[in-house]
Ligand binder design. Structure first.
Ligand code: SAM
Ligand code: SF4
Ligand code: SF4
Length: 343
């Protein structure tokens, strides 16, 4: 079968093409990970987006098509916890009709075992599952919602069984919290097709109490693994790949590291985020977004052409490179929360 050509990408002010779209389908979550949605802030009083402000599946699909016409090749559904959005399979099925895209989902895995087959049937291609530790006390302390590790492992198994693999397993490593999980995760997944990726704790949003001392640099993670299981680096699979890839020298698989803090990768960043209520964010660390929903819901002005022009205008003016210019002052600025903008 001949591969369809992708439409040309728009280029931003720093010469970066638009390639990836992350769509947050809900700002809600059944976990309260301490580094993402700390319970003191996201407690019972917290007001989540009301239904009328949330984009419908039809609106999301219309937007996604317009992005693909402007060069987007990969779409990832995220949140909050995307599997909390009712009838998500229906959105997956609609997006899966867009030709020639890579369609994936990031989830905390807690509801995945039940949903894996229907997501696969709807046309989802791959999943990334977050799992920060394999021992119960650490995992429960981090998700702060009493979810056991076994639920997530069952989700990974089910997703693998229906063909949503190879699965990427994301672990955020925090100094003094779950450093011991590095080798435990490596030992658990080594020899399987799944790829564990260790993420540096980031200063996203402004509620997680981030400070630099809690970041475990990726180089340290690689050294710790390589001491036990020698590693060699691999070339990126494509320009703009977020994770640096490493392979076990004995052939037992791959691991990755995502070093947003210690080795910024803004120079190749091709990602755009669409929030649950239809705002566009050109950087994960943005302080504000661009309101796309108003245009989308304006019967007098909405057309394929208007959407496309709007997207082109926003991307061509982009000059974000937050991680390259991060300081302790910028880290303290008020920024959009990750659960809303989409991880
Ligand atoms: N709820 C889903 C999940 O946890 O996979 C999807 C959304 S979550 C915001 C997406 C990813 O962002 C997860 O892998 C999570 O670990 C990561 N994340 C959240 N807050 C982070 C932070 N402060 N630093 C680094 N990664 C973070
Ligand atoms: Fe929820 Fe994912 Fe954030 Fe954890 S990281 S609180 S699972 S959105
Ligand atoms: Fe992209 Fe912003 Fe992250 Fe840099 S800081 S890699 S521009 S999302």
């Amino acid at each position: 079968m001949t591969k369809l050509k992708h439409p040309p990408s728009i280029i931003d002010k720093l010469g970066r093409p638009l390639r990836d779209l992350r769509i947050s389908v809900t700002d809600r979550c059944n976990f309260r990970c301490t580094y993402c949605m700390p319970r003191e802030i996201f407690g019972s009083e917290y007001v989540f987006l009301p239904h009328k402000e949330i984009l419908s599946f039809e609106e999301i699909t219309l937007i996604a098509k317009s992005f693909v016409a402007n060069g987007v090749q990969k779409i990832r559904l995220t949140g909050g916890e995307p599997l909390l959005r009712r009838d998500l399979d229906r959105l997956v099925a609609q997006l899966a009709t867009i030709p020639n895209i890579d369609l994936s989902l990031t989830t905390n895995g807690s509801l995945l075992a039940k949903r894996a087959q229907s997501l696969k049937d709807a046309g989802l291609q791959r999943v990334t599952v977050s799992l920060d530790a394999l021992d119960e006390p650490t995992f429960k302390r981090m998700n702060d919602a009493d979810y056991p590790v076994s639920r997530v492992l069952e989700g990974i198994e089910a997703a693998d069984a229906v063909g949503l693999g190879p699965i990427k397993v994301n672990a955020v490593i925090q100094r003094g919290v779950n450093e011991h999980a590095i080798l435990e995760l490596v030992q658990h997944f080594r020899g399987s097709p799944h790829i564990v990726r260790f993420i540096e704790f980031m200063d996203v949003g402004s509620t997680n109490g981030w400070n630099l001392e809690q970041v475990v640099p990726s180089q340290e993670v690689i050294n710790r693994i390589s001491d036990q299981f020698p590693l060699e680096s691999l070339q990126p699979l494509y320009q703009g790949e977020v994770a640096q890839r490493w392979r076990y020298k004995d052939g037992s698989g791959e691991v990755g590291v995502i070093s947003s803090v210690t080795q910024a990768f803004c120079s190749t960043c091709s990602r755009l985020r669409l929030s649950t209520d239809g705002h566009l964010f050109t950087c994960l660390f943005a302080q504000q977004g661009h309101d796309m929903r108003t245009l989308l819901r304006d019967p007098l002005n909405i057309s394929e052409e208007a959407l496309s022009n709007w997207i082109q205008q926003k991307w061509s003016q982009r000059e974000d490179r937050y991680s390259e210019i991060r300081t302790t002052d910028t880290a303290r600025q008020k920024k959009i929360e990750m659960s809303y903008i989409g991880g």
